[in-house]
Structures are given as C-alpha cells and as structure tokens.
Design a protein around this ligand. Structure first.
Ligand code: PLP
Length: 426
C-alpha cells in the first residue's frame, strides 16, 4: 500500500500539501508575508549562499506558493517547478536562462496571440530572435535550426484553433539539434496531455486558464523535466558556468536534474521580480483540486457543442480535433485520448460581419479575452487577440476574419447549445 503511486486525481488534491505543522489547518494557509525570520546569522548566510533551502523573501520563495509548485511538478511529472506572476512571466524567465543577445529560438507560428507579440517585439529588444516554424510541417523546425538556436517552443494544444502538435516529432528535432523543447501546456493541462512523457524538457503554463480554472487569478508556472544536460556543448553558460552572484557555484553541477528550475528562481525571479502573490497561489491550488473533474466536463461539453455546430446550416466549418473528420483527430487520439479540450474555432458562412454579430448576440457565453474559465467564453480573434497580425498571418495562425473562438465552460451543454442557437438565428 505504501508503495502505491497515487493517481492523478489524488495528486491534484494532495501533492505538496500537508496539515499546517503549527496550527493543524487542513487547507494550505495563505502565508501573506513578505519575509521570514532567520534562526541566526549562520542560517541567514547559508540561505543567501544557496547552501541550504529555506524562505528568505516572498519574491523568491513562499510556503503557500511552494505547495502549488510541488503540486504542478507532480501532475506534470517534472523534478521541480517555479510559479510566477503570469504565463508571460513564465516565458520571460525561461528564455532569460537560455538565451544570450544574438541567440535564436524556434517557435511554432500557431501560438497564443500574446506569445506571438512577446516573441516578435519584446524579446527582439533583448536581442533574442524568434524564428517561426509550422507545427503542421515538422521538417520546417529542422530547416530552421542554426548554430545560434538555443530552444524550440510549441503549444501542445495550440491557440486559437485547438490544433494538436506532434510533440514527439518536434522533440526528436530538438534532441538532434541539442536544444531543449519547451511546451506551453496551458490549453491541455496535464490531465489531457503530459508533454514530459512525450519528450518535453520544460513545460510552461498560464495558470490563469484551466489550472486555476475559475477566471479569478493570474499566474504562471515553469516545470523542469530534469531531462536536459545543460553542460553539453557549452551552449547554456547560465547553467554550466560559475555564477558570480553565488560565490562561483555552477548551477547544473550543484543542483543536477532540477538546476533549470533553480536558475529560474535564483536568477530569473530574484532579478526580474515577477513573483506570484500567495493569495493567487492559494486560489489556483484550490482550483487544481478539481482539475480532473473540470477538464473532463470541459472536453465533453466542447465535443457536444462542436458536433451541434457542425450540423448547423449557417456554420461553414468547425475546427475541433475531437471530431472524427478533423485533420488533427489522429494526433488528438494519440496525445489526448481523454478529450481534446475546451477551446476550438469555427467559421461562419457570413464571414467577418456574421462573426462579430454572433459574438454580440450570445448571452450565456461571455465575450472576453480569456480561456479556461468555468464559464463559457467567446471571442472573435481577428478583431481582438490577433488584430495586430496582418491578414495573411491571421489566417496562417488560424484566426481568419470569419473565425470565432469558443472556450466551452462546465455549464449544462443543453443551455450552451440553446444560447448558440438563438444567437445564430438572431
Ligand atoms: C493566456 C496564455 C498565455 C499567457 O498567460 P498570462 O497568464 O495571460 O500571462 C500563454 N500561453 C497560452 C496558451 C495562453 O492561453
């Protein structure tokens, strides 16, 4: 019995948590404190020198946030995790450890619109150069590899159309190139897809979406798979070379298979500062307790809505990999056998105007720029999240002018379908 490996549902409730040693509180308390008292001067010095683990200051570690980190690391099958203030902060902190000015990384061109912006503009100003590849044409990743390539970045289930990326095929390209594969697993969550099982070296999430799950808290997380050898080829000096700010220690040599998570914490979070509030960590870990129940319901509802839309005369096409005629269906059955998630797009025969009008006539679906809430959400990407792209790039990233994106919630599916019906008939 003691040797049993707990299942996903058990880990979602318990991983990382125990009754509070001081008060017996069963739910993890919110340690809403900026700082922590040292035992003595030696203790303080050893914490600052990374000779022992412990809390100093909430920008770097916090006991409430630590439970969230341990829980997500357990659910993803990683060695360690680091929670930060948002999904975008997670991406910033990851790339800060990997790239020097002038370096390149290869990214799928089917990404969350905000990530396309972050990579194209903000990262460019740091001298970090994105090279785009097509997730539907895996050899395009291989063709993009140069001697400056330091990482490959994909989404497991990709925004906005919910397409499925062949993670194992891209992981093979990354291994051959000697660079880590980073997978944004936000839309899938580890309940539907565990990228580390398919060759990912680093997993990132916007906790804001399905992991938190209730549309009330921003957060992000970085999971270290512990699989990548950072000393190979001297490509990652942050991890393999002596750190001047920590008495010359080498992070990989000292911390082994969780060195990347440590680097993100003691360099990224410490120096860039995007710490998660302990209050948000509390709300997000409470959300994670019901992750398996919610994700199954999200996926089942999305499939029912997608099937209903496919049969509607005003609908031109439905892009949901959970439907058997979808081009990603074979990949969905391989990578996400429990369900294809909540997010998908469909297009209307009436084009741009019909898309805008549908969005404004829906009542139960909220028109807003988010996914992964318990509530059903709708957006017209071409006029909002992807509006900064030119028409060709919009269509290439699955956000053409006639496309509407849904994030199907956990309400009763009959009510969701009735709302779509009245809005399509309006
Ligand atoms: C929302 C989102 C992000 C960014 O996360 P924030 O928490 O909003 O910073 C990154 N990737 C995907 C797939 C997302 O949906």
């Amino acid at each position: 019995m003691n040797d049993r490996i707990p299942g996903f549902g058990t880990l979602a409730v318990h991983a990382g948590a125990q009754p509070d040693p001081t008060t017996g509180a069963r739910a993890t308390p919110i340690y809403q404190t900026t700082s922590f008292v040292f035992n003595d001067a030696d203790h303080a010095a050893s914490l600052f020198g990374l000779q022992s683990f412990g809390n100093i200051y909430t920008r770097i570690t916090n006991p409430t946030t630590a439970v969230l980190e341990e829980r997500v690391a357990a659910l993803e099958g990683g060695t360690a995790a680091l929670a930060v203030a948002s999904g975008h902060a997670a991406q910033l902190v990851v790339f800060q450890q990997l790239l020097q000015p002038g370096d390149e990384f290869i990214a799928s061109r089917k990404l969350y619109g905000g990530s396309i912006n972050q990579f194209s503009h903000a990262f460019k100003s740091f001298g970090w150069n994105v090279v785009w590849a097509d997730p539907d044409d895996v050899p395009s990743f291989e063709r993009a590899v140069t001697d400056k390539t330091k990482a490959i970045f994909i989404e497991s289930i990709a925004n906005p159309a919910g397409s499925i990326t062949d993670i194992e095929a891209v992981a093979a390209v990354a291994r051959k190139a000697g660079v880590p594969l980073i997978v944004d697993n936000t839309l899938a969550t580890p309940y539907l897809i565990k990228p580390i099982d398919h060759g990912a070296d680093i997993v990132v999430h916007s906790l804001t979406k399905f992991l938190g799950g209730h549309g009330n808290s921003l957060g992000g997380i970085i999971v270290d798979a512990g699989t990548f050898d950072w000393s190979k080829g001297n490509k990652y000096p942050v991890l393999s070379e002596p750190r001047p700010e920590y008495h010359g220690i080498k992070l990989q040599e000292t911390f082994g298979n969780f060195a990347f998570a440590i680097a993100c914490r003691v360099l990224g979070l410490r120096d860039l500062g995007p710490a998660l509030s302990p209050f948000n960590a509390f709300l997000i870990q409470t959300g994670i307790e019901t992750l398996p129940l919610r994700m199954q319901r999200h996926s089942d509802n999305a499939k029912a809505v997608a099937e209903w839309l496919s049969a509607h005369p005003k609908v031109a096409a439905v892009n949901y990999s959970g439907l058997s005629d979808n081009r990603y269906h074979t990949l969905a059955r391989k990578y996400a056998p429990k369900g294809a998630g909540a997010v998908f797009t469909f297009s209307l025969k009436g084009g741009y105007d019909a898309g805008v009008s549908l969005v404004s006539n829906l009542k139960l679906f909220s028109h807003l720029a988010n996914v992964g809430d318990t509530r059903s959400l709708v957006i017209h990407p071409a006029s909002t999240t992807h509006s900064q792209l030119d028409d060709e790039a919009k269509t290439r990233s699955g956000a053409g002018p006639d496309v509407v994106r849904l994030s199907v919630g956990i309400e009763d599916k009959e009510d969701l379908i009735a709302d779509l019906e009245q809005a399509l008939n309006a």
